[in-house]
Design a protein around this ligand. Structure first.
Ligand code: ZN
Length: 90
């Protein structure tokens, strides 16, 4: 699809990784246009940041730290608990 402007439909692939040695999780995210053209992630350091986000050397994979809800304190936890949304079951 040589005339694709890459602005309509996209596919995302997300892989969740668990590191047994540290007990931490990170997600790998790839996005491509419906025509197959991969998208690059911009503005992040290369590598893996288990407390933030980083990209693969080619920029095609976003690697972002994740954790199950409630396992890592977040600034809004107190507010969420006070509103009665502390139960993470869905
Ligand atoms: Zn496209």
């Amino acid at each position: 699809m040589a005339d694709c402007t890459h602005d309509e439909a996209h596919n995302a692939t997300i892989t969740v990784n668990f590191l047994k040695d540290t007990g931490q999780f990170f997600a790998e995210i790839r996005i491509e246009c419906q025509c197959g053209q991969p998208f690059q992630f911009l503005g992040l350091p290369l590598g893996v940041d288990l407390n933030g986000a980083a990209i693969s050397p080619d920029g095609l994979e976003l690697r972002v730290a994740i954790a199950p809800l409630g396992s890592v304190p977040q600034p809004l936890d107190a507010q969420r608990l006070s509103q009665g949304h502390g139960n993470t079951q869905t």
